[in-house]
Design a protein around this ligand. Sequence first.
Ligand code: T4K
Length: 383
Amino acid sequence: MIKPFEKPIYVTKPFLPPFEEYCQGLSEIWESRWLTNDGPILRRFTKELCNYFETDNLCLFNNGTLALQIALQGMGISGEVITTPYTFVATTHALFWNKIRPIFVDIEPDYYTLDPEKVEAAITPWTTAILAVHVYGHPCKLNALADVARRHNLKLIYDAAHAFGVKVGNTSIAHYGDLSMFSFHATKLFHSIEGGMLTFKEAGIKGIFDYLKNFGFKNEVEVVMPGTNAKMNEMQALMGIQVLKYLEEMIEKRSRITELYRERLKEVPGIKLVPSLSPEVKYNYGYMPIEVDEKEFGMSRDALYEELKKWNVHTRRYFYPLICDYPCYRSISVNGTLPVARRTAERIMTLPIYDSLGLSDVGIICDMIKSLQQRQGRSSIHR
Ligand code: T4K
């Protein structure tokens, strides 16, 4: 008989550095009274990230959504942008806030990223860019998308919100496309409480992003463009610096959790795991998605979600519903019927994964899933 967990197990739990370490950093802030507006800790954080990503073309923001909005504005993207309906709403919101028309096309079934063939088929004279998402940190079809973008003279922008720490070969995912946006939200593998980052190819655009995130100020008396306020503050930057030190350790722990989930769930009827990534991908284990096939599993994804809640396991349905099904985006044109995205959104479930999740708890979650499948299996035999 499986007992519910005493404390809720959420889909994620943010990593925090040792309390004393953060307090020590805070004392520097107390001393200097420099809290935000391009402070010394933000500069240090920026430098560390430039080293980590091996580029100077990098800019920090107070969150990923504003970073993406500013990226689109600073790059002068307009008209139509081909994008995915299978993502977090912020990807599409960033387009909408720039008065850009999102054109939703379908995804590929293995890693849930944009299908390059569908992208190409949706290009019109108004298309200016592709906005693709490395969903769960799985790299998009990088070469195929780059090829479409090059042949049609489109900008290629990646929402890499989930992809901090992901590499392809020895190259960080940040170096693909014209620009990438990373989210440093508390629920992400790497975080600065809230935060966002852009990395980009063209060095010259950095100045524009710096203006746009700081009201357009060039100096005390000159405003050169109508910017907004999207600055990262010192407490965020401090958290980022300290979390960065533990990144590899967190990835290692998450890889063991993923391995155990995959081992224990691989033979459960009706549970589909993501195929193994190509060996050249260094993954970050940011999420643990599974698909639930109602017929084979004997229970729908939503029923499994509710049953696990009774055991105090709070999974999430990232990403359901599809963006194009939210009332505010229903009027927007969709290219084709999006069969893969629809099917995935109906079946997807992301299981708890975070560095401090014990392997024994992972085992219990797998037992819960198995026992629900077996219970359903037995009841269908008796029917
Ligand atoms: N593009 C993509 C593809 C994204 O996934 C996101 C964000 C963005 C763009 C935008 O980036 P940001 O502007 O956020 O930097 C969460 C996050 O808020 C959001 O950042 C993230 N994607 C999205 C996938 O997930 P919710 O509404 O599911 O979060 P919430 O508050 O329900 O948290 C999930 C679970 O995490 C909770 O059940 C408990 C746990 N939790 C959460 C927080 C905030 C904690 O234990 N501690 C915490 O402080 O959106």
